[in-house]
Design a binder for this molecule. Structure first.
Ligand SMILES: *Cc1c(COP(=O)(O)O)cnc(C)c1O
Length: 372
């Protein structure tokens, strides 16, 4: 699904030098590269504060800890997503309130959010799934109307732009109160291990987020709030510093691959290509098709036999997972999510897809569709 080796070869010299420097200076924890990467990312995102941390799941947990939510408070999030978002809500004793997504863009359904709001609702966590923003303008309006926090899960959409109604373009994750991202190796900006970051434009929140990520500590050995230990390794920061400079090129390569898939598959009635959110750019963390009357397992087998990987993001809705089952929900409550879980398939998507490979992939997908 990804070609991290091919990507590495092109930046090897610079990456190796950065890693070697960290080792030679033995600056493994909070070394200079962490601060430098933080400043570079703040500039890239045009956001006041970036707080690096250990991974994207920690970023979400720290964000929710900083908002002083109480057990039983409700947090609304999408049902059709990776588990991390609902997981941290549960870990903190908050109540995850799942809502459906749009059938064409896969992002959280704003009308469904509004319907789910109760006096206990404290926050909304939209996920910018597969690389494009949820309907942030409408979500921000709702949050103002009901006095709710917005935490953006931007793990799949770093670098995406969203144009607000006033015409101002903002980077995904810098629109709500807090943005949370992941540098997991296969993400659009991936390091060579685990990593994550939290963004905010709010000075007070930034102080708190930093403190929580650092054992709740303001001054060394003075602990003001309950915290965790969540740091970005210096070696990972050194890698990210190099890769951040390439991020826009990486995005361009992904968009090019997506355009190829669109052009070859867009008119075939057996697949639906991904629909773009109106005011968002798409950075294509995934290129995800919906199959129409096609046996997904047989397609996957067919592709696998020809050396083409494919993935199902995500096969089981959260409300059907043992860990998240609740009296609130039953099968059939989330018709869109349930249908998508049964019909989506993601094709290889990364920065190193050349024309020959793309042709080979779409030729084979079309061969299968035409005979099925
Ligand atoms: C990857 C991902 C996360 C979690 O990131 P980790 O760094 O693996 O903890 C959270 N949310 C979404 C939507 C993701 O894709």
């Amino acid at each position: 699904m990804v070609d991290l080796k091919g990507q590495y070869i092109k930046i090897k010299e610079e990456v190796d030098k950065g890693i070697k420097e960290v080792i030679e200076n033995t600056a493994f924890i909070n070394g200079p590269a962490v601060k430098e990467f933080q400043a570079d990312l703040e500039k890239y995102l045009n956001v006041k504060h970036v707080i690096p941390c250990a991974n994207g799941t920690d970023a979400l947990q720290i964000a929710m800890m900083a908002l002083d939510l109480k057990p039983g408070d409700e947090v609304i999030t999408a049902n059709f997503t990776y588990v991390a978002t609902a997981e941290v809500i549960g870990i903190l004793g908050l109540t995850p309130v799942l809502v459906d997504v749009y059938p064409d863009t896969f992002t959280i359904d704003v009308a469904a959010i509004e319907k789910a709001i109760t006096p206990k609702t404290k926050a909304i966590v939209p996920i910018h799934l597969y690389g494009q923003c949820a309907e942030m303008e409408a979500i921000m309006e709702l949050s103002k109307k009901h006095n709710l926090y917005v935490i953006e899960d931007v793990a799949q959409a770093i670098g995406a732009d969203y144009t607000m109604a006033d015409g101002i373009k903002r980077k995904a994750g810098t629109i709500g109160n807090i943005g949370c991202t992941s540098f997991f190796p296969s993400k659009n900006l991936g390091c060579y291990g685990d990593g994550g970051a939290i963004y905010t434009n709010d000075d007070e929140l930034a102080k708190k987020l930093k403190m929580i990520a650092h054992h709740g500590q303001s001054v060394q050995y003075v602990h003001d709030v309950l915290g965790v230990n969540s740091r970005l390794d210096t070696i990972q920061a050194a890698v990210l510093k190099v890769k951040l400079k390439q991020l826009d090129n990486y995005t361009t390569a992904r968009i090019k691959a997506a355009a190829h898939y669109d052009s070859k598959l867009g008119t075939n009635p057996k697949v639906k290509i991904p629909v773009r959110v109106k005011n968002s750019t798409h950075v294509f963390h995934q290129y995800t098709l919906q199959l129409v009357g096609v046996d997904r397992n047989k397609l996957r087998e067919f592709l696998q036999e020809r050396g083409i990987p494919s993935m199902i993001y995500y096969p089981i809705p959260l409300h059907m997972q043992n860990a998240y089952k609740s009296d609130r929900y039953k099968a059939g409550d989330f018709p869109v999510t349930e249908k998508l879980c049964a019909s989506v398939i993601s094709l290889p998507m990364h920065t190193e897809l050349d024309q020959e490979t793309l042709n080979y992939i779409t030729d084979n997908v079309l061969e299968f569709l035409n005979k099925s």
